[in-house]
Design a protein around this ligand. Sequence first.
Ligand SMILES: C[S@@+](CC[C@H](N)C(=O)[O-])C[C@H]1O[C@@H](n2cnc3c(N)ncnc32)[C@H](O)[C@@H]1O
Length: 349
Amino acid sequence: MVGDNIDPGIDSRVREGVVGGPVGHIPVMLKEVLSALQPASNKLIVDGTFGAGGYSRAMLEKGACVFAIDRDPDAQVTGKKFLQEYDGKFQFHDGEFGQMDEICKKAEIDFVDGVVLDIGVSSMQIDEAERGFSFQNDGPLDMRMGQSGLSAGDVVNGAEGKDLTRIIGILGEERHAARVSRAIVACRDKKPITRTLELAQLVEKTLGRKFSDRIHPATRTFQALRIFVNRELEQLANGLFAAERILKASGRLVVVTFHSLEDRIVKRFFADRCGQKGGSRHLPQIEALQPCFRQERSGPVKAGIKEAELNPRARSAKLRWAIRTDAAVRDANLDLFGSEVSLSLSGRI
Ligand SMILES: C[S@@+](CC[C@H](N)C(=O)[O-])C[C@H]1O[C@@H](n2cnc3c(N)ncnc32)[C@H](O)[C@@H]1O
C-alpha cells in the first residue's frame, strides 16, 4: 500500500508482500486503522477479518497480541504461518466475527483492548475463479466465504422470482432488479445457471451496456448475491453488538466498510451507542442509559488520494471508530438497523 501518509516502514514491506501476506491483498487504510486502534505491547486486539493478515501483522509488529478470526478456511493457511512466526502473541480461530465474544470466551478471554473489522471480500477470494465471486473470471456460482451453506447458485436457481427481485433490489441497490430477476427465472427454467460468466452475460444482455458505463451491469447483482449468501449485513450488525460486549472501558472499535449499506449500519450503531437513551420525567424509576461509546470524530475517514489511485479497493472505503466507555452493555436488537439486515427467503429453495 502506498498511501498519502502511510508509515514508510510498513509501506515498503507491504510492497514486498511481507505485510499482508501475499501481495494479492493490499490492506486498506492501514495507517489510519493503526492510528485509530493504537495497538501497543500489553494490548490484546481482535482482528475479526484476518484475511491475508495485513492488519494483524502490522499490529503484531507494534507489539500487540492479536486474536484473529476468519470464516474462510483458506485464511487458516496464513493463520498457521503467523502462529509459527508470532508464537505466544497470536491466535487464529476459524469462525464468524458476529460471535466474537463467544469465540473469545471459549479461549478464556473476557475482555479485549480493541476490535478491528475490515468488511467484505479479500482480493484472494475475488481472484480465485473457483470461489465464484468474480464476474470477470469464469467459475462455479459459489461466493461462500465460509465454503459451506447455500451457494449463490442455490439462490439463483432455487429462490422464488419475487425473492430474487428483493435480494437484487435491496442488497444490490439495483433499480432494474425485477428485469434481472425475470431474466434469471426465464433462463433457469430451461437449464440451471451454474457459472459466473453465464450469469454476468445474462445480466449484461438484459440490462445492456453503454460505453460510458463505469461499472459492469452485473456488479450490483453479484454484490447482492454475495451479501445474501454470506449474511454479511447481519454479521456486521451482530459483530458490532459483540464488540460492545467484549471491549473493556477505553477499548477501541474500528470498522472499515466498502459500500453504503454497510456504512449505514456502522453509522447508526455509533449514533445510537454514543447517545443517551431511556429515562423520562414520567418514568423516573427507569434510569437513563449512559453512552457506551464515544466518538472523537463523527464523520468517516477516507483513503488519501494516492492510496485510492494505487488501490482501487480503497476508493470506496470508509473508516469509522469509537472508544468504549464503562457504561453497561445495551440490548442487541437488530431493529436498530433496516430490514435489509435480516433479509430471508419467503419460499423454499
Ligand atoms: C477484506 S478481507 C480482510 C483483509 C485483512 N484486513 C488484511 O489486511 O489482510 C475480509 C476477510 O474477512 C473475512 N470475513 C468476512 N466476513 C466475515 C465474518 N462474518 N466472520 C469472519 N470472517 C469474515 C473474509 O473471509 C475475508 O478473509
